[in-house]
Design a protein around this ligand. Sequence first.
Ligand code: SF4
Length: 98
Amino acid sequence: MATEAEFDAFLTDLARGIPAWHRDALCAEYPHVEFFVDRGEATEPAKAICARCLVRDDCLAYALTERIAHGVWGGLSERERRRLREAAETPDTRERAA
Ligand code: SF4
């Protein structure tokens, strides 16, 4: 389970990347909800917040573009994002990303 410090680091990282959408990140209003769960822990509480977030699409696009491996972003777990990315990648783009 991530600590409050890890959550603060998450928000700081968002701010450093200066994506304009981060100011509307609904997760910032729920610091008690775990977005960086360990393997086997429930992601539903975080996903429920993402489902109501106005910047969900931007968040997901950011996580996919930056290849962020950990946490719930844009309503998807790291495994779901990996599957989405793999489904979208052609063999050619996979070679370039490696
Ligand atoms: S989609 Fe989820 S993780 Fe992304 S900013 Fe919104 S609440 Fe936070």
